[in-house]
Design a protein around this ligand. Structure first.
Ligand code: ZN
Length: 167
């Protein structure tokens, strides 16, 4: 496994629509392992493949609801949002590709996402609150969308706000 370089906005790869994964072989397995390692090294809660310069529809998420909880860990390939709740909520987001900038983003509170696991098996994930927010942020990355496009306001902050994640 290896920590890969995280691309920084405004790198053009961050604005590229990523392609469907067709090959679940060794190269994908290495990519996913490296993405987990890269995300952890950067203290992120999520990471999308374009952020490490790979234009494929792959994301990883690792998020603990609180310090005592075991983290929920996902590697999701070819994810599709199949349901978003009409209820929305506002939350503070940051992004490993946009260091030092935070913003308030309004997003659906609950989602259902379908995709494949790292071996190509179909998976369905229901998520609420922060976990739903992380998935939406990472799926946006696969479509070349950044949180600053959706934020109702942004600001500069050198210290990551407590209890708020970046991906
Ligand atoms: Zn991000």
């Amino acid at each position: 496994m290896a920590v890969r370089e995280i691309l920084i906005h405004p790198h053009p790869m961050l604005r590229t629509k990523a392609e469907e994964v067709m090959d679940f072989g060794a190269e994908l397995q290495t990519l996913i392992d490296d993405m987990f390692e890269t995300m952890r090294a950067a203290s992120g809660v999520g990471l999308a493949a374009p952020q490490v310069n790979v234009p494929l529809r792959v994301l990883v998420v690792e998020y603990a609801q609180d310090d005592a909880a075991r983290p929920e860990r996902y590697a999701l390939v070819n994810p599709k949002l199949v349901y978003v709740s009409p209820e929305t909520e506002i939350g503070t987001e940051g992004c490993l590709s946009i260091p030092g900038i935070f913003g308030e983003v309004i997003r659906p509170r609950s989602i259902i996402v379908r995709g494949q696991d790292r071996y190509g098996n179909p998976v369905t994930i229901r998520a609420h609150g922060w976990l739903a927010r992380i998935f939406q942020h990472e799926i946006d990355h696969l479509n070349g969308v950044l949180f600053i496009d959706k934020a109702v306001r942004t600001w500069r902050e050198e210290v990551i706000p407590v209890a708020e994640g970046v991906g």
